[in-house]
Design a protein around this ligand. Structure first.
Ligand SMILES: Cc1cc2nc3c(=O)[nH]c(=O)nc-3n(C[C@H](O)[C@H](O)[C@H](O)COP(=O)(O)OP(=O)(O)OC[C@H]3O[C@@H](n4cnc5c(N)ncnc54)[C@H](O)[C@@H]3O)c2cc1C
Length: 244
């Protein structure tokens, strides 16, 4: 993190940029993480509420992505942007702790997207294989198709069950960082596998944009990356096993 906020009188001066911001093209108010004490590492980070109409705020171009075309993602720039003191969100130098507190909820959101997408991909595929005729019978009649869809359905229901458990824990403020990491890792990895296996059952048509399954496939891929990559989720889980 290179963006800094320096106190000048009773104002903060924000300088830097952030690439990959979901809804960055449309947002009116953004939460920016900035270093308020560069000597303290993660303990010198604070959060700021930034009004996009302020001088010094600008947006980069809309990024061209592999999938999720209905959502915009862009880079944001802060050029000596002046903020009043009350734009500090939460406590000074506690930004990293604030982020760590909220990230599990964001990861649960990724899992909800995954479960919803998987329901859709499975439904599309079950309908398609029942209709598509090859070698005089429907694709649904092949044992491979039945077993494959049964495996995917089983994986989906296990994921849904853990999502429901985590949602209950979130409601009672008991969901841990580890719970959220396990949930995001398993549901988003399952989403990519399910989208891939379902597309396979469509054959060549699955690769065309005419069939929705190709969109499920393209939209799924980012889920293993944003909100913390699968590798970082494994790090979070491993830390709880080894104490660090
Ligand atoms: C479409 C999209 C929307 C996004 N929206 C937002 C947003 O709204 N707000 C926001 O703040 N960010 C957003 N992001 C950023 C996203 O969270 C990051 O891209 C993601 O966390 C990965 O960081 P990185 O791109 O810097 O990858 P890098 O950190 O460069 O990672 C590269 C590779 O190295 C691996 N790696 C990194 N560190 C380790 C490690 N310690 N151990 C093992 N492997 C490691 C990663 O897992 C990955 O495989 C978005 C990104 C995209 C593409």
């Amino acid at each position: 993190m290179k963006t800094t906020a320096v106190k000048e009188g009773n104002e903060w001066v924000l300088s830097g940029s952030k690439v990959f911001i979901t809804n960055g093209m449309n947002a009116n108010l953004v939460i920016v993480c900035a270093k308020t004490d560069t000597s303290l590492g993660a303990k010198g980070i604070s959060l700021f509420l930034v009004d996009a109409t302020l001088g010094g705020f600008s947006r980069g171009k809309k990024l061209k992505k592999l999938g999720q075309h209905t959502g915009d993602t862009s880079e944001l720039f802060f050029d000596k942007l002046r903020l009043s003191e009350d734009c500090l969100l939460g406590e000074l130098n506690k930004g990293f702790i604030h982020l760590m507190t909220e990230l599990p909820r964001e990861r649960l959101g990724c899992a909800i997207q995954a479960i919803g997408a998987n329901d859709g991909a499975l439904e599309e595929t079950i309908n398609y294989v029942a209709e598509r005729q090859v070698f005089g019978q429907s694709v649904a009649k092949f044992q491979n198709t039945r077993f494959k869809l049964a495996e995917l359905k089983a994986q989906q229901e296990l994921c849904r069950s853990f999502l429901n458990a985590c949602t209950e824990k979130l409601k009672s403020h008991e969901m841990t960082t580890e719970d959220a990491a396990i949930l995001k890792l398993m549901t988003t990895e399952a989403q990519c596998k399910i989208a891939d296996e379902c597309l396979q059952l469509f054959g060549g048509y699955g690769y065309t944009r005419e069939y929705k399954i190709s969109r499920f496939y393209a939209d799924a891929r980012i889920q293993k990356i944003y909100g913390g990559t699968s590798e970082i989720m494994k790090e979070v889980i491993a830390r709880t096993l080894f104490g660090r």
